[in-house]
Design a protein around this ligand. Structure first.
Ligand code: NAD
Length: 355
């Protein structure tokens, strides 16, 4: 059993903790919070030992009646690996503390690439994280792009990727983020910094990205154009992407037109927190014109990096192969949808509601 600590039990940290707890070969030793808010309560309800992230604030937990098992240094002494899920930039400051405790760490995409020995995506470069001291799971957007680039590059070769990233303004709980009534070129400078982040996974890939931020909270939408080195049919590309373990090709007959219905579907089928770990690709959008491949996909920013964190831990701390790890993570979390291929026969005319 790999003993894992999660430093920063927020949006990503709480999901990583649950995913680690679901693994037969891993155990959550504890999670940290900076203050005794509702998430500290959630951690306790889920049975995780809680540690004060900032030792001087330990008393605040006692004062609020929230029991802690110790402080971050105590947690680091009890684990084999820590997953740093602190806000962007805080992880880099924690790096020397982890090293002082001789604990390897997984960082998140909000940190610069220089925080780690390797930037990681399970599908693209699992082996690069083998036995590494510090690994960075790339951002939600870079994860979403990497999962497309890896199989497409292997199957058809890539001359150039152009991606427009329509990004959610904030996560659902981030009431202080915006915009609330605008569409922002963000960053205005073109191409954006997202392409170079993809190059931390695929150093030789030619890629230009453009970013926008919109008043939405549920998911990011990517418009992808990939100039290939060969000319597959759209059907061949659909089959290739459908065969990937962390994709969901949204069939036309599912009647899912955006993030709202995708999240509704995820909740309907009982996904924890309505999480979508897969790249959600509109099947009908996949088209090839000459050597140009086009598609639209949505990525759930709070969820798609979660299985990658689990795999990063295995690459660093075990000798399991990439295929074994990914299969185990997919199986334990229930990644992938077995959506019926064809619509059932019936009357599809919309009916007017009585009210
Ligand atoms: P968050 O703000 O939801 O959670 C961060 C947690 O860390 C909070 O619980 C906060 O209280 C805690 N914290 C703050 N300071 C701390 C400290 N000094 N020590 C320990 N804990 C501290 O942030 P998040 O969205 O979960 O993001 C975490 C990381 O994951 C960032 O690098 C971010 O860029 C990356 N990421 C976020 C998303 C997303 O959409 N939310 C997606 C992919 C990657």
């Amino acid at each position: 059993m790999t003993r894992v600590g999660v430093n920063g039990y927020g949006t990503i940290g709480k999901r990583v903790a649950d995913a680690v707890a679901a693994q037969p070969d891993m155990e959550v030793v504890g999670v940290t919070k900076t203050r005794p808010n509702f998430e500290a309560d959630t951690a306790r309800r889920r049975g995780y030992d809680l540690y004060a992230a900032i030792p001087e604030r330990e008393d605040a937990f006692a004062a609020a009646g929230v029991e802690v098992a110790g402080t971050l240094p105590d947690l680091l002494d009890a684990v084999e690996v820590v997953v740093d899920c602190c806000p962007s930039g805080v992880g880099a400051k924690n790096r020397e503390l982890y090293r002082a405790h001789d604990v390897p760490a997984v960082f998140q995409g909000g940190e610069g690439a220089e925080v780690a020995d390797v930037s990681f995506n399970s599908r693209a470069n699992f082996e690069a994280a083998r036995d590494a001291e510090f690994v960075r799971v790339v951002s939600c957007n870079t994860t979403g792009i990497s999962r497309i680039v890896a199989p497409i590059q292997e199957a058809y070769g890539i001359e150039k990727v152009r991606a427009t990233l329509v990004r959610r303004g904030g996560d659902p709980a981030q009431s202080d983020r915006g915009p609330i009534n605008d569409v922002l070129p963000d960053p205005v400078a073109v191409p954006s910094h997202h392409g170079p982040d993809v190059n931390t996974i695929f150093p030789d890939l030619a890629i230009d990205t453009l970013g926008l931020t919109v008043p939405a909270t549920q998911m990011h939408t990517h418009s992808l154009n990939v100039t290939l080195e060969s000319e597959p049919t759209p059907e061949e590309v659909r089959e290739l992407l459908a065969a990937e373990g962390r994709t969901f090709l949204i069939p036309e007959h599912a009647d899912i037109d955006g993030a709202g219905k995708l999240k509704e579907f995820a909740m309907d089928v009982g996904r924890p927190r309505g999480d979508l770990w897969e790249n959600c690709i509109w099947e009908k959008s996949i088209n090839v014109v000459g050597r140009d491949l086009y598609l639209f996909q949505n990525v759930h920013q709070e969820a798609d990096v979660v299985p990658e964190n689990v795999d990063a831990i295995r690459a660093m701390c075990t000798d399991r192969s990439a295929d074994d790890s990914v299969a185990m993570t997919n199986e334990t979390l229930g990644i992938g949808f077995d959506y019926p291929d064809t619509p059932v026969d019936g009357d599809w005319e919309p009916m007017t509601a009585d009210d």
